[in-house]
Design a protein around this ligand. Structure first.
Ligand code: GTP
Length: 457
């Protein structure tokens, strides 16, 4: 799923910026261009990307000028805030209350997964102690009622619909009235899927909404819709007052950027995501932890391991210091075997040279299938065993870096100063030298993890 990769690309762009000695206009622009490219590749609408760029530039300039300090940090913060704003319009959506009858109407394009999502939504609330009911006001698609009936029966949720009646407004009103009488507190109305060009169907949807007066209209969108998302979502919003969005099929290979567009077009938050065909493959969507997780997941990719290796090799013998850093410990660089360690690192890097960009930037080990591993081994002239070793090393380091997310640099420097042999500490230039050394060498991961997104929030 692309939002994970998007997180990876964005944190890489930020890490590159963090690596620069001076944050000037050019570094800022490069970083913003990199982020924009990642967003556009994920199908986020062009105008939104451009607006985001403008906003970030304004914030960075204003705040950096005012504070006269840390542009890097302000930049990271601004990117995060802007991404959150894209996914979170700032006003929470209506949430049903137990014991108080609410009507929730579902709208969306044909095949978006609306009927499936209605049942998932009902089932989710049923498990929370609600008394939900489903009304099928989709008289357009033959089989829609049967599908809803089947799903509802399986989940033991009362339902209403008709094979004979062709007026969706009538069915919707009858269903809502009936379930109100039966003291259901969450009455869910499924409507026909439609396309934005179908004016008659849009009018029908408007009438169902007017007649049933829903407390909430949910727009259901397939995550693979891509660039068309903004226009489609806007068309729905113009006909009925959409108050929330559910994105389906997040389990697929969809680019997912359309989700951002749908939020912008409807000015409504994403409240759930669908992650499979099964009734319980449905998750509450909370933007901040989601973004944070994705961005920090992106913090340790194979590419970052590669760049870290480059740093070690560049440092020459002083690379020994790394044996004191968590992760780059005895396993990778046993004391007294520096030469062998360096050769091993070079081997790993040669193998990583045979990987695709997607593989280097991904945090999903599933990408590394058997055939890809064989291919990489062949491409780099190494045995398969070596590729497996390198991937094991990556997993080991990723785990350690993951655990370090809560730590902060100063604490770490102090810890290191204690474990370093005094002579070496002196050679580096004492605490101050160590601090700047760590900044130089570990800045990619460390500033990403400690100074930025994940660390000290
Ligand atoms: N993988 C996956 N499939 C899903 C998800 N949600 C729905 N589907 C599948 O998408 C297909 C279409 O879903 P429906 O619920 O029939 O779509 P709909 O929007 O009601 O269709 P219309 O009635 O034509 O508007 C079905 O095969 C569902 O099983 C999801 O989150 N993940």
């Amino acid at each position: 799923m692309v939002l994970a990769q998007l997180g990876g690309s964005i944190s890489r762009a930020l890490a590159q910026m963090s690596n620069a000695t001076v944050i000037d206009e050019k570094v800022l622009n490069d970083c913003l261009n990199e982020i924009s490219r990642a967003l556009l590749q994920s199908d986020v609408q062009f105008k939104m990307v451009r607006d985001m760029q403008t906003n970030i530039k304004r914030i960075v300039n204003l705040e950096a000028l005012a504070a006269g300090t840390n542009k890097r940090r302000i930049m990271q913060q601004a990117v995060f805030t802007e991404l959150c704003n894209m996914l979170d319009p700032g006003k929470p959506s209506f949430t049903p209350k137990k014991g108080k009858p609410s009507v929730v109407m579902f709208v969306g394009l044909q095949g978006s997964g609306k009927t499936t999502t209605c049942t998932k939504y009902a089932y989710y609330h049923q498990r929370k102690g609600f008394k939900p009911a489903l009304v099928c006001a989709d008289t357009f698609r033959a089989g829609a009622f049967d599908q809803l009936k089947q799903n509802a029966t399986k989940a033991k949720i009362p339902f209403y619909g008709s094979y004979m009646e062709s007026d969706p407004v009538k069915i919707a009103v009858e269903g809502v009235e009936r379930f109100k009488k039966e003291n259901c507190d969450l009455i869910i109305v499924d409507t026909s899927g439609r396309h934005k060009q179908e004016a008659a169907l849009f009018e029908e949807m408007r009438q169902v909404s007017e007649a049933t007066k829903p407390d909430l209209v949910i727009f259901v969108m397939d995550s693979s819709i891509g660039q068309a998302a903004f226009d489609q979502a806007q068309a729905f919003k113009q006909s009925v007052s959409v108050g929330a969005v559910i994105i389906t099929k997040m389990d697929g290979h969809a680019k997912g950027g359309g989700a951002l567009s749908a939020v912008a077009a409807t000015k409504s938050p994403v409240i759930f995501i669908g992650t499979g065909e099964h009734i319980d493959e449905f998750e509450v969507f909370d933007v901040k932890p989601f973004l944070l997780q994705k961005l920090s997941e992106g913090s340790f990719t194979l590419r970052l391991m590669y760049e870290q290796f480059q740093n070690i090799l560049k440092m020459g013998p002083i690379g020994q210091v790394f044996s004191m850093l968590p992760g780059f410990s005895s396993e990778l660089m046993p004391k007294g075997h520096e030469k062998e360690s360096q050769a091993k690192i070079k081997r790993y890097m040669t193998m990583m040279d045979s990987m695709t960009d997607a593989e280097l930037d991904s945090t999903n080990p599933k990408l590394m299938t058997e055939s890809r591993i064989i291919r990489i081994a062949r491409g780099s002239g190494r045995p398969v065993r070596d590729v497996m070793d390198m991937l094991e090393e990556y997993k080991r380091l990723a785990k350690i870096w993951g655990k370090m997310k809560g730590l902060k640099i100063p604490k770490n420097v102090q810890h290191m100063s204690k474990v370093l042999p005094p002579q070496m500490l002196k050679q580096i230039g004492g605490m101050g030298g160590l601090q700047s050394l760590m900044k130089q060498m570990g800045s990619k991961e460390m500033s990403g993890m400690f100074g930025g997104m994940g660390g000290d929030r």
